[in-house]
Design a binder for this molecule. Sequence first.
Ligand code: SAH
Length: 342
Amino acid sequence: MNLEEISGEIEILGYRRFHARQIFSWLAKGALTFDEMTDLSFELRLILKEKYKIFDAKIIQSFCSKNDSTVKYLLSLEDGEKIESVAMKYHHGYTACISSQAGCKMNCSFCATGKGGFSRNLTSSEMVSQLQTMAADMKIRFSNVVMMGMGEPLDNYENTLKFLEIVTSERGMNIGKRHVSISTCGLADKIYDLAIRKLRLTLSVSLHAPNDKIRSKILKINEVFPLDYLLKACETYALSARRRVTFVYAMIDGVNDSSDCARQLSKKICHIPCHVNLIPLNEIEGGEFKRSRSERTMKFCKVLMERGISVTTRRSLGGDINASCGQLRFRNNLRARDGLRQ
Ligand code: SAH
C-alpha cells in the first residue's frame, strides 16, 4: 500500500492519519513485523497483526561475485514463485536491480527470462520486498533502483507505478526519482503515458537494432510497436521529462554490430536527447547468439561518437555468477523439473 491507502485503512479503523505515516516510515525502514513499530500503541499493533500482513521474500540462494561486489539473489514468493534480484556496488552507492514479473511474456530471442516462460505479475509489495530483503541481508541501504530484472515493467504498469511511488516517497525510502530507472523493451503506448505523468524517471529503452528487419528478428514486440513509432514515443518522453532517454544496445555477433548498423542507428536517433549504452551480450545456455567481438564493438562505438552521439560501453558486473536476470530461475526450474536437488 502507498501512504494514501494506509491512511484510508487507518481511518476506517478509527485511528488518526499520523499513525499511517508512522507505519509507512517503519515499512520504509524495513520493519518485517508490527511488533517492531514501537511508537504505535499495543492495541493498534494487535489489530494490525490480525488484519494485515507485511510481505517478506525468502532467500533461496545468493551468489557473491568474486570479481566485484555484485550479489545475485534467487528469491521465493509466498506462492513458491521464484524471482531474481541483484545488488550492485558502484562508487556512488548500492543499486538494486529488481524484477517486475515472475517470468516474462515478451520472449526476446536472446533473453533467458523469456525462455523460462511467464507465470504472473508481481505486486508492488513483492517489488518493495526485493529491496528490503537484499538491504537486510547485506546490511546496506540502496541509493538507486533499476527495474532491469526479470519481466517487463510496463506490462505490469499499475503495480510498477505504485512501487515507484512508494520507493520515491519523501516519507518513505526517499530514493530520488533521478536515481530510479525503468527499462522497457518498447511498449510505446505506456511510454506516452509516462510522458503525460511527468514522472521524470530515467527511461531505458532496449533498442538493440537500427531497423525493423533486425529488431523484429530479436524482439517480438517490434511487430506491435515498430521502431519509428517507438522512437517518436521516446522523443516525446525525453522532451516532456526533460531527461535524456538511454538506448540500450546489446552487441550480438554478426546480427546488429556492423559499422553500417551504427550509421543507421545514428541517423535514427540523432534528433532525440539520448545516450547509447552498448552492452556485451550475455550468452545464455542453448542460445543461438554470440557476443560481439570487442574490436567490432569498439568500431561501432567510434562510428556513433563521430556522429555526435553520446555513447558508453557498459561495464558488465557479476559475469561469473550468472547475474544477468533469468538465468538462475531458468536453471533452477530445469533442475526441479528433472528432479535434481537445488
Ligand atoms: N523487459 C525490460 C527489462 C528487463 S531486461 C527490457 O526489456 O528492457 C533488462 C535488460 O537486459 C534489457 O535491456 C534486455 O534487453 C537485456 N538483456 C536481456 N537478456 C540479455 C542478454 N542475454 N545479454 C545482454 N542483455 C540482455
